[in-house]
Design a protein around this ligand. Structure first.
Ligand SMILES: [Zn+2]
Length: 286
């Protein structure tokens, strides 16, 4: 079969018969045409194409677990969303960590014991805890800057990769809350956020595996798109697991590896990462 150049394009092959102009909508999955039925040469094929979009969507995603049992925590979009998710998670699982045997027990205990009590728990207190989380992870990473995480990658290297700054600059700039303005005394400073480095550091210190998803849906143009987790028809697409086993080398350390295939595991953090924004899935998942 001969093809013309537009076949490799991401745009619909339909040409407007009156002026010969190409359609500027995206092709549907495994089709040469867009969502407009009239642009497809064959209505039967159109139906099949729509079905294959739906099938593909199903095959790359899993349903949201019984929605009445879970909640989504959507932090403000201020750069501190990942730190906020960590704090929210800990608030819901304090009992797990209060007496946990863990090489970082002192660090965890110090953090947890200053979370605040119900009585004084306010937005201000929460924001303080978010900032304390940022500092806890930053300090850990900087103190272990030359340690290898995995495969010859040091924390220092990972910071450069994730934040495009040296570990020394990270140590300095990440003293400033990610939610604060990106300027000091009118001088601009780099924006701050939680990246793969902080995900790994949190997972390592607290001994928690982290599973990351995207929420996706089929939009009105039959494209499979990322969406913020507010839609009834959304599904979860697995992105990756993040987990660093705690000091495997040292004796007496049991690997904290937990079976993380189970949604019902209380000891896995489930995060949604869409458009550079993290949300937390929490509650009892069945
Ligand atoms: Zn079209």
């Amino acid at each position: 079969m001969t093809t013309h150049s537009s076949n490799s394009s991401i745009y619909c092959d339909y040409l407007n018969p009156s002026n010969g102009k190409p359609c500027n909508h995206f092709k549907l999955y495994k089709s040469n045409f867009c969502h407009k039925k009239t642009h497809h040469p064959d209505p039967i094929l159109y139906k099949g194409t729509i079905q294959s979009v739906r099938n593909h969507f199903q095959s790359i995603s899993s349903p949201i677990p019984s929605i009445e049992h879970i909640q989504f925590y959507n932090p403000p979009m201020n750069g501190a969303c990942l730190y906020s998710c960590f704090v929210k998670y800990l608030m819901n699982h304090i009992s797990v960590y209060e007496n946990a045997e863990n090489p970082f027990h002192d660090l965890i205990h110090c953090y947890i014991s200053n979370l605040g009590t119900d009585a004084d728990f306010s937005l201000e207190q929460f924001n303080t805890n978010v900032y304390r989380m940022q500092i806890l992870l930053k300090d850990y990473i900087c103190e272990h800057r030359d340690d290898y995480i995995i495969d010859g990658i040091t924390w220092s290297f990972l910071i450069e990769e994730c934040h495009q700054m040296s570990i020394r600059d990270y140590d300095m700039y990440y003293n400033i809350s990610a939610s604060e303005e990106n300027r000091i005394n009118k001088r601009p400073i780099p924006s701050r956020w939680g990246s793969m480095a902080e995900l790994l550091a949190f997972s390592k210190i607290f001994g928690i595996p982290i599973r990351i998803y995207k929420t996706i849906r089929i939009n009105a143009k039959y494209q499979i798109v990322e969406c913020f987790p507010h839609f009834d028809d959304m599904r979860l697409q697995f992105v990756q697991d993040v987990h660093v086993a705690i000091d495997q080398d040292s004796e007496n350390q049991k690997s904290p590896t937990i079976e993380i295939n189970e949604w019902s595991s209380d000891r896995t953090i489930h995060l949604i990462h869409v458009q550079n924004h993290y949300s937390l899935v929490y509650g009892h998942i069945v």
